[in-house]
Design a protein around this ligand. Structure first.
Ligand code: CTP
Ligand code: A1H0Z
Length: 389
């Protein structure tokens, strides 16, 4: 059964397109698919994503299903959604969650202002959850209010580090081959045990790869496969690419993925994910200026200096800060130029504090005064002043 917005029936209407992808980002993201399509000699397809998120996380060994476990006070699944939402050419994101976790999921969508999300009920296995997600996109289903995509991405909700480039690769490959999936070199050798738990034989590791996510399919290829799927496969299968081969006779194109595509499965994976997120946040600073004029002068001077040390510096003034905060975890540097009081900065600091988002380090406030420096200590931030000559 598909659940939609409160009081609705069928999948929730996809939210309004992300306003947060600012002009440059959105243009870059949108053009990337059309450019990629052009290079591959095909037009940009309509793309949707299905995220199975209905598991119980038994191997994690904690009461909370791992997709809802917090990393820096933010649920793991929210990072995955944020990663997919940065890709403007994914038009709908279907998340399969259990009925008991539906309200939790709706709360996460609301708190972090996730857009383009529709919720469906998960199944008792991962394949059944994925199948329910696909049904939400198939126009042959009653109450279906989402349009059928040409290509559908399938990505585990517990794989938060997915970037646009690998999504672009699997989607473009799926458009050409019918199916595509990210792979990684094996770390351990695969062996086959005999009935008495002794070594029967081992596989030559170099000849094999680990199947990861994201995967992408021409929608009809994977939907037909799931419709023909045996109960055994739905119950015990773990590989969507195998279903496309077995039932739709499509050999997926395999795409080398980055090391960060791994699936959060055990508690150690959660610790690893947290350290990666901390490392990424510490490399991202947003410089907030009072005015556009300050942004163009002081802000860009600061940006040139910071760029030598960090890999992502955003300078802004007066933009929708709430959206910036939700779009990307930043450390913030607020710069007051010629401002005699901190009202503007206090407003921003209050917003950052109220957003409860993971801010790794204290917010830094730089006050540039022509007049003698004024020292004002603000909560959870470091404030220092220097004279701007
Ligand atoms: N009935 C299920 C089982 C799993 N999943 C999802 O499939 C993804 C990958 O599955 P896995 O890592 O096995 O998650 P769990 O089944 O939760 O983990 P475990 O096997 O340790 O219980 C996860 O996002 C999980 O939420 C799902 O949507 N529906
Ligand atoms: O079997 P699990 O549900 O733990 O994980 C699913 C994984 O097998 C799957 O995500 C990749 O191997 C790609 O198919």
């Amino acid at each position: 059964m598909e659940l939609g917005p409160p009081g609705g029936s069928g999948p929730a209407e996809p939210g309004p397109r992300l306003r947060g992808l600012r002009g440059a980002d959105a243009a870059a993201s949108a053009s990337s698919l059309s450019r990629f399509g052009a290079e591959a000699g095909c037009r940009a397809p309509a793309v949707a994503a299905v995220l199975p998120a209905g598991g119980s996380g038994e191997r994690m060994g904690v009461p909370t299903p791992k997709q809802f476990c917090p990393i820096l006070e933010r649920p793991l699944i929210s990072y995955t959604l944020q990663a997919l939402e940065r890709v403007s050419w994914i038009k709908d994101i279907i998340v399969a969650v259990t009925r008991e976790n539906m309200e939790t999921m709706k709360g996460i969508i609301q708190r972090y202002q996730h857009k383009r999300i529709s919720l469906v009920e998960a199944g008792v296995t991962r394949h059944r959850s994925i199948f329910n997600g696909l049904k939400a996109l198939a126009e042959d289903q009653p109450n279906c209010r989402l349009s059928k995509p040409e290509v559908v991405i399938i990505h585990d909700a517990v794989r938060p580090f997915v970037e646009e480039d690998v999504l672009l690769k699997v989607v473009t490959a799926a458009q050409e081959h019918g199916a595509s999936g990210a792979i990684r070199p094996l770390v351990s050798t695969v062996i086959s045990p005999s009935a008495d738990s002794c070594l029967d034989h081992s596989l030559e590791r170099a000849r094999y790869r680990a199947s990861e996510m994201p995967q992408a399919f021409l929608f009809d290829v994977i939907y037909d496969a799931y419709q023909q799927c045996s109960d055994y496969d739905l119950e015990f299968g773990t590989e969507c690419l195998h279903l496309a081969l077995k039932y739709s006779h499509i050999k997926a194109k395999l795409v080398e993925g980055s090391p960060d595509l791994w699936k959060v499965t055990y508690k150690r994976d959660l610790y690893a994910a947290e350290s990666i997120i901390k490392e990424r946040i510490s490399q991202k600073v947003c410089v907030v200026m009072d005015t556009k004029e300050d942004e163009e002068h002081v802000g860009h001077c600061l940006e040139e200096m910071l760029k030598t040390e960090l890999n992502h510096v955003k300078v802004t003034s007066g933009q929708d800060l709430q959206q910036i905060i939700l779009e990307q975890c930043y450390n913030f540097v607020c710069v007051n130029v010629m401002t005699s009081d901190f009202e503007e900065t206090q407003r921003l600091l209050n917003m950052v504090e109220e957003s409860n988002l993971s801010i790794l380090y204290p917010v830094v406030v730089i006050s540039l005064f022509v007049r003698p420096p004024q020292t004002t200590i603000l909560p959870f931030c470091i404030s220092f002043s220097w004279e701007w000559s």
